[in-house]
Design a protein around this ligand. Structure first.
Ligand SMILES: [Mn+2]
Length: 245
């Protein structure tokens, strides 16, 4: 279980470090935690590790039409874990929730405005739709339907772009999701930091790890590559561990 899995924080267009570490560690699977922003089709940036890489999308993966196409139209489009559970080669069941909460759709705990993307598209003028769906930007919004679908499934690991409540900008609803799915471990990106949540794990009911900007973390939570802003954040928030509860 979770043999040699790498969790990769927001790449934002940089993949060389991921390819290098995946080759060096002979990773059995690589998971990208969103905000990929490849400058060409994703499988080209991942080269020799594309065939063992999965991902979720982040809020920035719908910033531009080209950026969208490099992810959703690439040969790796079927590797998006969003809204489903995939069993990796080593037997680990990984669930994914890509994207972010946005007030125009749903910002928990407020009531959602649209239950799913189809209803949002229906309420959108044809000129604002993207590929018969909601506006391009909202292809990376989280809809209740995606969370509900996941909550009915079980997994070992849940990867998300947004964070559970242990992060200062996280969501209790995502704690509930992780517990409903009976996951042991949650990994998130988005916030470009790697705070120590361990004091809160027993209350959460699962282990949680943030993976920083272009950081790489192993399945047991050990950082293999520090996030680029980790030192800055830990300097600015030296007492965060005490603040968790
Ligand atoms: Mn990001």
């Amino acid at each position: 279980m979770s043999g040699n899995l790498l969790l990769c924080g927001d790449p934002h267009g940089h993949f060389d470090h991921i390819v290098r570490v995946a080759m060096e560690t002979r990773a059995s699977a690589v998971i990208l935690l969103g905000d990929l922003q490849p400058r060409r089709p994703l499988h080209l940036d991942l080269g020799p590790v594309a065939h063992r890489t999965w991902f979720i999308h982040g809020n920035h993966d719908t910033d531009s039409e080209d950026g969208f196409r490099h992810v959703w139209d690439s040969e790796m489009a079927d590797r998006n874990l969003h809204g489903r559970v995939v069993t990796l080669p080593d037997g680990t069941r990984v669930a994914g929730l890509g994207g972010v909460f946005r007030e125009k759709v749903w910002y928990p705990p407020a009531e959602p405005r649209f239950q799913d993307a189809a209803l949002h598209a229906h309420a959108t003028g044809p000129w604002d739709r993207w590929r018969d769906g909601p506006p391009l930007r909202h292809w990376s919004s989280i809809y209740p339907q995606s969370v509900d679908a996941l909550a009915a499934l079980e997994a070992d690991v849940l990867v998300m772009h947004e964070a559970p409540s242990c992060h200062p900008n996280g969501f209790e609803l995502l704690d509930d999701l992780a517990r409903a799915m009976k996951v042991r471990t949650v990994f998130h990106g988005h916030h470009h930091d790697r705070l120590d949540y361990s004091a809160g794990w027993s209350k959460l009911g699962f282990q949680a790890f943030g993976v920083g900007l272009r950081g790489i973390t192993a399945a047991d939570g050990q950082p293999l590559v520090a996030g680029e802003l980790d030192l800055v954040r830990s300097y600015r928030r030296p007492r965060f561990v005490d603040e968790v509860d």
